[in-house]
Design a binder for this molecule. Structure first.
Ligand SMILES: [Zn+2]
Length: 134
């Protein structure tokens, strides 16, 4: 877990927003940024975000629920949300653990995800739940 990125201290309730500001989330991050990683599945390799985990109860949509769009593919298990105005991915409900959201660390206020060292990459190509379509 990561409690500080550069000069930014991660607050127990930390705000996150898309680029245009239409979507604002409040994340419960009592343990800071948990398990930041990349994924190389067919979607994540295109978006390239650093993602971290919260339980489903850990994201509250403060504003912009009406502009969030849902994208699903393949098994239609995971739910990928993005801002329909600026296109930025904000969070997704996981396929590997539907009790969790992954979220875009780059959306956290004041956080530059590129200051986090040694972010590992999930083997999303060979996802255990996957059929042969990555
Ligand atoms: Zn936006």
């Amino acid at each position: 877990m990561i409690k500080k990125v550069g000069d930014t201290v991660i607050k127990p309730k930390h705000r996150a927003s898309c680029h245009c500001g239409a979507v604002v989330l409040e994340l419960d991050l009592p343990n800071g940024i948990v398990d930041p990683r990349h994924c190389d599945c067919s979607l994540c390799r295109r978006k390239g975000a650093v993602m971290a985990s919260v339980p489903l109860s850990g994201i509250k949509i403060v504003q912009g629920e009406n502009v969030l769009r849902l994208y699903q593919f393949n098994t239609l298990t995971a739910k990928h949300y993005f801002c329909s105005v600026c296109g930025i991915y904000t969070h997704h409900q996981r396929r590997s653990n539907p009790e969790q959201y992954g979220y875009n660390v780059g959306c956290l206020e004041g956080v530059n995800p590129f200051l986090i060292d040694n972010v590992p990459t999930n083997d999303g190509v060979n996802h255990p739940a996957d059929r042969n379509d990555s």
